[in-house]
Design a protein around this ligand. Structure first.
Ligand SMILES: Cc1ncc(COP(=O)(O)O)c(C=O)c1O
Length: 373
């Protein structure tokens, strides 16, 4: 990673490097500059050489479902049946599918904030009421108040649980998840558990799949996972929906084929390779690099104590609280050339979200510019 230059990254042209120029540094989108896993590259080369560029064949999809289930078991001790795994192009599409086909048409969406930006927009776009539940920032940790959650879920609803969390980088503890589960059970709600970032957990934290807590959570949860963040494959479009509720599986079967169609066969091949032993070894090396980048960023931010910052326990997403420093997030791009995401888009003004899946040199440069504000 150390040898990758900004010129090379711009020439390759991911969204963040092609949308920026001059001394601008893009940190607004969850794309990674880290090298692809060789296991993924080889599997893709072989699939392209074989001409696997038509629609998704059932055996290719089944292999991905089995690989996803095995990864969940090995990494998190969650016994997923391969038959419970279904493929959809992406996690946001899986969320839309859940709203359109797995819950009732009038189901309100309950979203703790701050949150990943599209979850604030999609419910309304699909005709569902959105109820946001602001989390409290207590000693550097965003905490969900169970009483506030219960009020929002009164009469049922679809709770969007993002874990590990974007944008806070937090990993929910088993106790926090059990407290959520108690409220969900009392209100008869359903959970959409977005666990797209679960492969990227740093040492010291442990991801607990929400549906794996117990039979109750398995029965009221739709879980979405993907190799998209851990292995940087979002452009290949293959998310996995884990349906642990028999009712949800029946509804899945009853939906028109066209609504479950469109996953890329190359994405499925890439995901299967990502979840293989070689793919997971590469993931572990990526986590090690990202964790050292996180520590480097944290050390520099410690020199800017007016900016609130808790290093993420997972994800390469870093959240800064600019309110104590009296800095407007909207000013940051102009003053520093660092393009992050204004917390207003996440439902919490005053925060700045930065995605730092890049070289330590670029992370150091971003940290210096932010600390110098
Ligand atoms: C929490 C979360 N959910 C969903 C997505 C989008 O995933 P996909 O591209 O699979 O829709 C992202 C992308 O950054 C994310 O961070």
């Amino acid at each position: 990673m150390g040898q990758v230059t900004i010129e090379r990254l711009r020439a390759r042209g991911s969204v963040k490097w092609s949308a920026t120029s001059g001394d601008q540094l893009g940190a607004f989108i969850a794309e990674s500059d880290l090298p692809l896993a060789p296991a993924v590259t080889e599997a893709l080369h072989a699939a392209v050489a074989d001409g696997l560029t038509g629609y998704l064949p059932a055996p290719v999809a089944a292999a991905t479902g089995a690989a996803c289930a095995a990864f969940q078991q090995q990494r998190f001790g969650w016994a997923v049946e391969p038959g419970q795994v279904q493929l959809l192009p992406d996690v946001l599409g899986a969320f839309s599918f859940t709203l359109s086909h797995l819950v009732g048409a009038a189901t309100p969406v309950v979203l703790p904030t701050p949150a990943y930006m599209p979850f604030l927009e999609l419910p309304g776009a699909l005709g569902h009421e959105l109820r946001t539940v602001p989390m409290d920032l207590i000693d550097g940790r965003f905490v969900l108040d169970p009483a506030r959650l219960e009020t929002a879920l009164a009469g049922g609803g679809l709770l969007v649980l993002i874990n590990p969390h974007n944008p806070t980088g937090q990993v929910a503890t088993r106790e926090e998840l059990l407290a959520v589960a108690a409220v969900v059970e009392r209100t008869g709600a359903t959970v959409f558990s977005d666990e797209i970032h679960s492969p990227l957990v740093y040492s010291g934290a442990q991801h607990v799949p929400y549906a794996a807590l117990d039979e109750r959570t398995a029965a009221h949860t739709v879980t979405a996972v993907s190799a998209s963040k851990g292995w940087n494959l979002p452009g290949l479009t293959c998310a996995q929906l884990i349906l642990t509720s028999a009712e949800h599986r029946q509804r899945w079967d009853a939906t028109p084929f066209v609504s479950r169609h469109g996953t890329s066969p190359l994405g499925a091949v890439a995901a299967t390779a990502a979840y293989s032993d070689a793919g997971v070894a590469h993931l572990d090396a990526s986590i090690d690099y990202l964790q050292r980048g996180r520590d480097l960023f944290a050390a520099r931010m410690a020199q800017a104590p007016a900016i609130g910052y808790t290093p993420p326990a997972a994800t390469y997403i870093h959240l800064l609280d600019l309110r104590p420093a009296g800095i407007e997030p909207a000013e940051v791009a102009q003053r520093t050339g660092v393009l992050g995401t204004d917390g207003t888009a996440c439902g919490t003004p005053g925060l700045l979200r930065l995605t730092l899946a890049t070289s330590h040199a670029v992370i150091g440069e971003i940290a210096d510019r932010i600390a110098g504000l």
